[in-house]
Design a binder for this molecule. Structure first.
Ligand code: NDP
Length: 429
């Protein structure tokens, strides 16, 4: 990818952006013909993806810029309806880029399937029997999905958990059998579900218990990714704020989100602004990621910040984000959705592990941008500037009117739809 592509991308018109993508060799000249139409999901495909389909619902697709992740430059497709998300990510990535970019570590991608058993006559004995038959259970699971084994993946391990009876919920004791499955490039929900359903009767016969279900868990604690960044304080200076002050305020803001769930939820929502936008653009399951990430944020028993910002020995600001991220590059709607195909092309056809690194880094960038603004000038200034366009459109502005109303709205005392309507009616008088 050519670096020239990155400059002043936000100032270009839509047509100029597509041209820039061609000159940066992100897309071919042929791809550029009828570009927008090619990325639309055709009704014929949509009709086969869900039930009772009647139309498709559009969400803007933009590019997060300036990302340097594991020494590789990326432009990152992000699908989001929220103004300022892409600008904030790109802005943060630029600062972090100057400091060497993001460094990531990706765990082995292991998904977990679970079979909870009730009415087990002797839970301790049954647990021993399950562990003694781990190899046979794994063999049966793999026989249920031989193609993933042929590709080099499949079931690898068995674990057990005992959950004691709980009077509050009137629930019985459960013996839970976990099976660990390497789903390679797939998120793996269907692979895992096929395997656990296949071994359910065998597990019941081994324990003399009753399996109440067989299903993957979205709490993907064996599929974690960590992204870190390190910034010298001179990169943190803002007008009116010394770098050290910004660093210390960022650390303090993070400490607050680590101890207060009311703040942590909003703090993590900001992280998910970026994470979800890339997950959606890549054709992955946003609900699966959201559910797992928030459970991970509560792993200590209290919902806490997913990021940690600390001070290095030499005074640099250190940022870290660890989340479960079982995304795939195959499966689900990924190979049939034209935008997901485009996203993969723009990202250089990443592996699932690389996609995890990219997504976690966007989440960390998003968090940096949000807290830096919060502890310095506040978020409303930047956010509302970008929100102004949406307000102008909501007020009914069209064509040239949108930019005119937006500019006047930014100078107005009250930036809201009522003001936008007043400004629009003055324009049209
Ligand atoms: P698929 O069912 O589409 O399975 C992926 C398939 O891709 C594999 O079975 C494999 O088939 C093929 N494949 C090709 N190349 C590879 C490779 N390199 N590595 C791995 N597989 C490869 O998708 P998933 O099992 O990933 O399931 C994801 C879908 O399940 C998502 O749409 C999700 O929304 C949905 N879902 C989610 C649930 C949840 O999160 N709780 C529950 C149920 C469904 P083969 O080897 O035969 O070619």
């Amino acid at each position: 990818m050519k670096k020239t592509f990155l400059s002043k991308f936000y100032q270009k018109t839509l047509t100029e952006r597509v041209k820039a993508l061609v000159s940066a060799e992100v897309i071919s000249e042929e791809d550029a013909i009828d570009f927008n139409h090619k990325l639309q999901l055709p009704n014929e495909i949509a009709n086969h993806m869900i039930e009772n389909q009647i139309a498709t619902y559009g969400v803007p697709l933009g590019l997060g810029l300036n990302f340097l992740i594991d020494n590789k430059d990326y432009v990152i497709p992000m699908a989001t309806e929220e103004p300022s998300v892409i600008a904030a990510a790109s802005f943060a990535a630029k600062t972090i880029n100057h400091a060497g970019g993001f460094t990531t570590t990706v765990q082995n991608r292991t998904m977990i399937g679970q079979i909870p058993l009730k009415d087990v006559p002797n839970v301790d004995d049954a647990e021993k029997v399950i562990l003694a038959h781990a190899e046979q259970i794994i063999e049966r699971a793999n026989a249920a999905h031989p193609s993933i084994v042929k590709r080099g993946g499949g079931a690898t391990a068995i674990e057990t958990r005992i959950i004691e009876a709980n009077d509050t919920y009137n629930s019985p004791t459960f013996l839970v059998v976990h099976i660990h499955i390497d789903t390679l490039e797939a998120m793996g929900a269907n692979i895992v579900n096929t395997m656990v359903e296949a071994i359910k009767p065998y597990v019941e016969s081994l324990t003399s218990g009753t399996a109440i279900m067989g299903i993957l868990t979205n709490y993907a604690t064996e599929c974690l990714v960590t992204s870190i960044c390190r910034m010298p304080v001179h990169l943190l200076e803002r007008s009116g704020f010394a770098g050290e002050e910004v660093r210390d305020r960022i650390i303090e803001a993070c400490q607050f989100a680590l101890v207060d769930p009311y703040r942590a939820v909003t703090h993590n929502k900001g992280i998910m602004n970026g994470v979800d936008a890339v997950v959606l653009a890549s054709g992955n399951d946003t609900r699966a990621i959201e559910a797992g990430v928030h459970a991970y944020a509560a792993r200590s028993g209290q919902y806490r910040s997913l990021t940690n910002w600390t001070k290095a020995e030499n005074g640099d600001l250190l940022g870290e984000l660890t989340i479960p991220l079982p995304v795939g590059t195959v499966g689900g709607s990924i190979s049939i959705h034209p935008t997901a195909q485009f996203t993969s092309q723009v990202l250089g056809s990443p592996t699932a592990k690389e996609l995890e690194s990219i997504i976690a880094s966007v989440g960390l960038a998003q968090n940096f941008s949000a807290i830096r603004a919060l502890v310095t000038e506040g978020i409303q200034k930047g956010h509302m500037g970008l929100q102004a366009k949406s307000l102008a459109i909501s007020a009914g502005a069209k064509g040239d009117q949108i930019d005119k109303v937006t500019e006047q709205l930014k100078q107005a005392n009250n930036m809201n739809v009522t003001t936008a309507k007043e400004l629009l009616s003055k324009l049209t008088d």
